[in-house]
Ligand binder design. Structure first.
Ligand code: C5P
Length: 237
């Protein structure tokens, strides 16, 4: 099913799908990293949970008319996607202040951003993924001005759709990171994954953190909270 290994990242391996020229197999690893790889651990079952969670979210987004790279979940830890050339931008959408923005700009925790704030980071581990502006993004990536505008609009649309989805399972979508990729035909679609590794999700009633912050901050059991997210998603589909 999978041929050569094309790339190994911190959380996933990427293979070419055997017999195809334009499809990939994403294989989710059990590894968790934080602070740009400075903290590392492995959690048996994390790969399965994120593969299942991300597959469900991408399927939901597809139903809402959002174009993505996702084709189908292959097995417990793998999924098939269309091959894209990843745009080296991390697009972060924030509904509530927490994490890096509170430190960087001195904004008080839990300040509501209405409208939400979109930030761009340059995807480069050696540089620690620095925050960049639109002009930097145009210089550092292949996207045009129009495409960058569309990427940001799409990120806000996805924020709306996912905010409602998570609210329906009693979770608050605090912030999240998206990546986009260019298909062979030239169009840009949502790529990578959407999971508790890439989103901050707080229980609506208790404000308990239900995402990778439990690992980053050492405040809880990663597998337990990821399991709850999957169970709640399973309950509605
Ligand atoms: O750390 P920061 O507050 O900038 O993170 C914003 C959001 O982006 C969080 O949901 C975090 O999980 C996600 N993120 C990510 N990958 C990174 C950096 C941030 O998924 N490399």
């Amino acid at each position: 099913m999978k041929a050569e290994l094309l790339y190994e990242g911190k959380a996933k391996k990427v293979y070419r799908r055997e017999g195809t020229t334009d499809q990939l197999v994403l294989s989710y690893k059990n590894d968790a990293t934080a602070f740009n790889g400075k903290r590392k651990a492995s959690f048996e079952g994390k790969g399965r949970l994120n593969n299942e969670i991300s597959s469900r979210i991408f399927t939901f987004l597809h139903k809402q008319g959002i174009e993505t790279h996702f084709i189908e979940r292959l097995n417990e830890t793998e999924q098939i996607v269309r091959q894209t050339e990843i745009v080296p931008l991390e697009v972060v959408v924030r509904n509530l202040a927490t994490g890096s923005i509170t430190q960087r700009l001195g904004i008080e925790e839990k300040t509501l951003f209405a409208p939400p704030i979109v930030e761009l980071f340059y995807k480069d581990d050696d540089l620690n993924d620095p925050l960049i502006n639109d002009q930097h993004a145009l210089f550092l990536s292949s996207v045009t001005e129009q495409e960058l505008r569309e990427i940001k609009e799409e990120a806000l649309k996805i924020n709306g759709v996912l905010t409602d989805l998570f609210q329906s399972i009693n979770l608050r979508l605090v912030d999240f990171k998206l990546e986009f990729g260019r298909l062979a035909c030239g169009s840009i679609v949502l790529s990578d994954e959407i999971s508790p590794d890439t989103c901050r999700l707080w229980d609506l009633n208790t404000e308990e953190k239900m995402d990778k912050d439990v690992f980053r901050q050492g405040t809880g059991d990663l597998l337990e909270v990821y399991n709850v997210i999957l169970q709640r998603l399973e309950d509605i589909s």
